[in-house]
Design a protein around this ligand. Sequence first.
Ligand SMILES: *Cc1c(COP(=O)(O)O)cnc(C)c1O
Length: 439
Amino acid sequence: MDKIKKFPQIGTLIEDETLKEYPFYLRAYFCKNIVANMKALDENSCEKNILLKKIKSEIQKYLRKDLQSVINATGVIIHTNLGRSVIDESIFNQCKDQICNYINLEFDLENGKRGSRYALVLEKLKMLFECEDALVVNNNAAAVFLILNSLCLNEEIISSRGELVEIGGSFRVPEVIKAAGVKLKEVGTSNKTHLKDYEEAIDENTKLLLKTHKSNFTLIGFQSDVSIVELDKLAKEKGILTYYDLGSGWCENLNEKLAKNEPMIKKVLKNCDILSFSGDKLFGSVQAGIILGKRELIEKIKKNQLLRMLRVDKITLALLNETFKAYLEKDYTKITTLRLLNDDIEHIEQKALWVRQQIKFESEIKKSRSLVGGGSMPDRTLESRVLSFEGKALTLQEKFREKNIIGRVENDSFVLDFRTIRESDLNILVKLINSMENL
Ligand SMILES: *Cc1c(COP(=O)(O)O)cnc(C)c1O
């Protein structure tokens, strides 16, 4: 007998009562795929009920992978795997009208002519940072690439060996430089680089001095690097450029303890020709690469064909635009990342206490410390409060994860860190925890 005939008909599988709760496109896709896979494995037959069970399980697995909101109880504020900075609902609502309608993205309402999508945010960036000119691209990795490619193609730049870092997601500074078509001259050593290292390396081929923020690691002990102020002074003497890849960088209203030793964008700008930073790290907005600098340099970058490939879309620009407004209006509570970074310990404890009272399982409030994350400030932690649960930590972590609550394991206990749990998460968190049968 032909083995194909030993499988139930796809049509009857799709229409089976046990799958009716799922939309047609999912039933159709998984029924066809699973039967095809079994045939490819040279299976001769499969009973309908076994097949249906398999299909259902695959649909559920798929739905589990679908994008969905989670509760970040890891304590890591800028968590790259959890989407980095959270956009506040008020910011999103202000953009909604622009995103859901035609907008003047590249249209000058005054003269009816074609406008520039970058002009839209330029004025606000000037107000915020006192920059000569600015540009926004898809992310900071794109900014680094575009700046180097536009200003230094086939030319030589100098970087300290201590700053040839890997950021994560396979972004490695020396490789990005190479990919941008730029020659790299390394100076200094991995722990120490002096001004004279740069001084001696500069020759008639040198176009630019690159400084990269050591975002995600710290050197302690016998170490030193050269500040952007010193680098810029040297560059001016030699008639070459300086570029600072800030990675994160902060704008305003960061608490003193965190702000210490962390470059403030506006200040850095006074001491370099061009800089770039991520939109969704400490700045607390959407994924973007923000470039600020001298007018003639930005002009040159704007002429690069690559800009067209790295350009931001209207949703990004609309969200950024509202974040800029929030900063300008000093309405910092709208910037979730800042709000969480600056949150005081009494408030964090209050949130933890409230949840502890509302949930049906035993838990204990403990003192702990949270991380900034996002490749920012690896040496700095923030005071926090956690709810700690009795039981096998890894099992608990998995159980909570099934409910989209992402916690962490600390000293062999599973904990929920309340620095990253927002007010608006609390009710949902309680409901989710109480929906678990046991721990
Ligand atoms: C994070 C980071 C980048 C990459 O920025 P994305 O916005 O993630 O593309 C580049 N350089 C430094 C120093 C960084 O910290």
